[in-house]
Design a protein around this ligand. Sequence first.
Ligand SMILES: NC(=O)c1ccc[n+]([C@@H]2O[C@H](COP(=O)([O-])OP(=O)(O)OC[C@H]3O[C@@H](n4cnc5c(N)ncnc54)[C@H](OP(=O)(O)O)[C@@H]3O)[C@@H](O)[C@H]2O)c1
Length: 262
Amino acid sequence: MATTVPAHGSTRVMRCLVTGASRGIGASIAASLAHHNHQVALTARGQADLQALADRLTVPTMVLPADATDPAAPSELIDAVVRQWGGLDVLVLNAGEGVSATIEETDDDLWARMLELNATAPFRFLRAAVPVMREQGFGRIVVVASVASRAGAPYILAYTAAKHAVLGMVRAAAAELATTGITVNAVCPAYVDTPMTQKSIESIVAKTGRAAADVAERLARMQPINRLITPEEVADAVTFLVHDRGGINGQGITIDGGRIQP
Ligand SMILES: NC(=O)c1ccc[n+]([C@@H]2O[C@H](COP(=O)([O-])OP(=O)(O)OC[C@H]3O[C@@H](n4cnc5c(N)ncnc54)[C@H](OP(=O)(O)O)[C@@H]3O)[C@@H](O)[C@H]2O)c1
């Protein structure tokens, strides 16, 4: 039986939507997709940062400020992209936040907040994008999960539960959509050099009184390569999954310098 394999994704312009695109990993992903000539719609809450990034990109962009946890936002954003560009080929679900707390400090609000932003919002985006991508017979969905999707660590109970949930969603969606031309994958980074990690350093300093340089050094050493992962390394992996012909599906690619080796 002859097997037909779709063209490599880098050979055509794709219409992309990236959440959490205003800084850190999301901004690097948007820049990487633009570098490959893809059109990029950028969303996060802060309009000014999104606009500043859009101004630097040399491809068609859309700036769509929204709170990802607004239940109406995912379908409104996807509708806006489809109205303007006629479809949606790539959905990168990157918006997220981690808050550290002991088990006893994890109240219902923190638990709900972590689940809402890191798992429920990505689910709503996925659910809204699937009919569009199904109709096209093509789609690439990539979730920015975490090493916290793969292993437990102290003081991030609610974040870990949410990141495990979102990787479960990726696997189930990939299985359900396998014959549609849509792939669903995740990347699972360890500590990345972004404002989110900077905030973690500040919070550890505030709680422990230790020097910021020592805390930063300790976080760098959490990776066997003795440094933080760069946002560009995560963006490269996302772009690789976007360009994949379709054989890679339901995977979570760990980007941690070699610590987790399942
Ligand atoms: N940094 C790490 O070490 C690390 C490691 C593993 C996984 N990750 C994951 O990687 C993703 C990006 O992290 P990052 O380090 O780049 O974080 P970051 O620097 O804090 O950036 C987070 C992005 O998400 C947006 N965002 C946050 N809450 C939002 C909301 N309610 N609605 C819409 N947008 C929202 C932020 O923009 P606004 O504030 O303007 O909305 C920003 O663009 C997250 O899912 C995180 O869990 C990070």
